[in-house]
Design a protein around this ligand. Structure first.
Ligand SMILES: [Zn+2]
Length: 404
């Protein structure tokens, strides 16, 4: 060991090597600050007097499988310029940390290939130390994504665990970057985002969301100029839910137990797209039988197909005509579920047809959702909501990717 190796191998400067001690499973290098480098931690003045000393040790990068510690006497310095008495700045470690900056860099390197648990285990430190290092790094690079040039965004909530825990996510549809992670769901989860958006002077053209009143209200209030686009799959999902309710109501009304049996098994078949029905399990036949038995269900099922057609037209005009036809027909059926859905479409039709101006969706958020699920299986420390938030903000940047 030499003072030069101390600098080039461990990133320690302004110290000189004193001695080596071997302990179980590791090595301790005793080092000493060069006296001519003493300076006040508060004002930087070199006009300081030693005022006692404290021995501190720091984990640093290992030598093979041997753990390495640096042990140094850190003097307390009385500054003759600003009058404060402070422990001298260590230089190679952050204040109040028991590991060096090069150790933190090494942890981040390993974190690109290993989970938090693996890194902690490999280095013989607690997983909270690894988490703390990752958290600081993520905070520095991802805490506040730049919003100035963002034009089109998608907003949706994502479940982060059991017990109805949600985060609300805003995605930049052009870059795929997560712009905001709000705790919970609904309008309040977006408040900090609107604040940052205002100061960024970004000009948002279009926003993709579902038809929930909370989002509609939040977007029209905060981005009155932006075009609201209702996500196709959320609209169909809502229709599917109503279709299931209708089947259940009809099932309840049927007196004949034979007929009940037929209707009972078709819930999932109703939700499937026709081309996905499995012929080997007689799914098309079973569905047809149920529909024959029940006219309202048959009509509602047919209308689902036609609802999908609204997004498949050549232009907005044709789509609008189709949407109006759909609404008028649905109202004329006298089926309550369809009448209610027609009403929803009357109110929200503008945002459905807006898809022809901005063919955007919340679909890309599904990808983010899947990555969060994978991450959750690998990671420790997700009970820390701030850590979770930072991890999600960094999720699209594979160059910075930390595994767990
Ligand atoms: Zn000072």
């Amino acid at each position: 060991m030499s003072t030069s190796l101390l600098y080039h191998g461990f990133g320690v400067r302004d110290y000189r090597y004193v001695s080596t001690r071997y302990v179980a499973g590791g090595v301790v290098f005793v080092i000493e600050r060069k006296p001519d480098t003493y300076c006040c931690a508060a004002c930087g003045s070199q006009n300081v007097w030693r005022h006692g000393v404290m021995v501190r040790s720091f984990r640093t990068v290992p030598l093979g499988s041997k753990r390495v510690e640096l042990e140094a006497e850190i003097p307390r310095l009385a500054c003759q310029d600003c009058g404060l008495v402070r422990q001298a700045a260590v230089g190679f470690a952050e204040p109040r940390r028991t590991y060096t900056k090069s150790f933190a860099r090494y942890v981040l390197e390993l974190s690109r290939h290993m989970t938090i648990k693996d890194v902690a285990c490999h280095l013989g430190v607690g997983w909270d130390v690894v988490k703390e290092i990752q958290k600081k790094f993520l905070h520095k690079h991802f805490d506040k994504p730049k919003l100035k040039h963002v034009k089109q965004i998608a907003i949706d909530e994502i479940s982060t665990g059991k017990g109805h825990k949600y985060v609300t996510i805003v995605l930049d549809l052009k870059s795929g970057a997560v712009l905001h992670v709000g705790r919970g769901k609904g309008g309040d989860a977006l408040l900090p985002f609107w604040r940052r958006l205002r100061t960024s002077h970004a000009r948002i053209e279009a926003v993709a969301t579902d038809m929930s009143p909370a989002y509609i209200d939040a977007v029209t209030t905060n981005l009155p100029e932006a075009t609201l686009v209702f996500d196709r799959f959320h609209v169909i999902k809502l229709y599917n839910e109503k279709l299931s309710d209708l089947r259940r109501d009809l099932h309840r009304q049927l007196a004949d137990t034979m007929q009940k049996e037929v209707l009972k098994g078709v819930r999932w078949l109703l939700l499937k797209r026709p081309e996905n029905l499995d012929a080997s399990r007689r799914e098309p036949e079973r569905l047809q039988e149920a529909l024959r038995l029940n006219e309202p269900l048959a009509i509602a099922y047919q209308l689902k197909d036609e609802l999908n057609e609204i997004w498949e037209q050549d232009d907005q005009e044709t789509a609008e005509a189709l949407l109006l036809d759909w609404i008028v027909y649905a109202e004329s059926t006298g089926i309550r579920m369809l009448k209610q859905f027609a009403k929803t479409l009357r109110v929200h039709g503008f945002g459905i047809l807006a898809w022809y101006d901005y063919p955007i969706s919340t679909g890309p958020l599904e990808g983010t959702n899947n990555k969060i699920k994978t991450m959750k299986r690998q990671a420790y420390g997700f009970r820390d909501p701030e850590f979770l938030r930072l991890k999600i903000l960094a999720i699209h940047r594979t160059t910075y990717a930390l595994v767990g």
